[in-house]
Design a protein around this ligand. Structure first.
Ligand SMILES: Nc1nc2c(ncn2[C@@H]2O[C@H](COP(=O)(O)OP(=O)(O)O)[C@@H](O)[C@H]2O)c(=O)[nH]1
Ligand SMILES: [Mg+2]
Length: 196
């Protein structure tokens, strides 16, 4: 009897793990973002930004926020490393795409890599949070300009552009809250639940 009730309790209150893929070009600020998210969610300081080195493989972060267990995958963004991105598509509930707002010269490359990913069948309907990063720097483009320059108005799925600084943490809580809300509303979450 106890185990039956416990099983029911676990079923009702168990927190579902939501998997979030973090993509973007190299040096966009993905790893700095993940470390800052860890700090915001746990209260413990993340890695010192000075000690973050370019990501070759994968960084993983497991965090609890907004009543959800979140598993983040931060993949290397250098051109030669982007070929492994698609191994993670099918299992992701949501996508965070990080862009360096101070580098207009790379917006076209960032747009190309994003649309290539979104063109994959395995990312169909994925909620997308685009982070216009490095807003602490003076020459950062505002999010409206980024939305236009990245051609996001052509997108079919739910998306939001959030101005953030991965270094200071500004804007990250609002972005994450939006993403978790969107995951909960998305048909994709239902599909992934059925598959697991
Ligand atoms: N000023 C500023 N620098 C940042 C920010 N985010 C990342 N950086 C810097 O950008 C560089 C690349 O960051 P990193 O997290 O390694 O980028 P990744 O290749 O996308 O993982 C590092 O020197 C970071 O300190 C930010 O929000 N503001
Ligand atoms: Mg990195």
């Amino acid at each position: 009897m106890f185990s039956l009730l416990y099983g029911l309790w676990e079923y009702v209150f168990r927190k579902e793990e939501l998997r979030v893929l973090i993509l973007g070009l190299d040096k966009a600020g993905k790893t700095t973002l993940l470390e800052k998210l860890k700090e915001l969610c746990t209260g413990e300081p993340g890695l010192d930004p000075q000690s973050i080195v370019p990501t070759v493989g994968l960084n993983v972060g497991r965090l609890e926020a907004h009543h959800a267990l979140l598993l983040f995958w931060d993949l290397g963004g250098a051109a030669g490393l982007r070929s492994i991105w698609d191994k993670y598509y099918a299992d992701s509930h949501a996508l965070i795409y990080v862009v360096d707002s101070t580098r207009p010269a790379r917006f076209e490359e960032a747009r190309g890599a994003l649309f290539k990913a979104l063109g994959s069948r395995e990312l169909f309907g994925v909620p997308l949070l685009v982070l216009a990063n490095k807003q602490d720097l003076q020459d950062a483009q505002p999010p409206e300009a980024m939305q236009q320059m990245l051609g996001l108005d052509d997108l079919k799925q739910t998306f939001r552009v959030q101005d953030v600084s991965a270094l200071t943490g500004d804007g990250l809580r609002a972005g994450l809250q939006w993403l978790v809300d969107q995951i909960r509303k998305s048909d994709r979450a239902v599909l992934l639940r059925q598959r697991n």
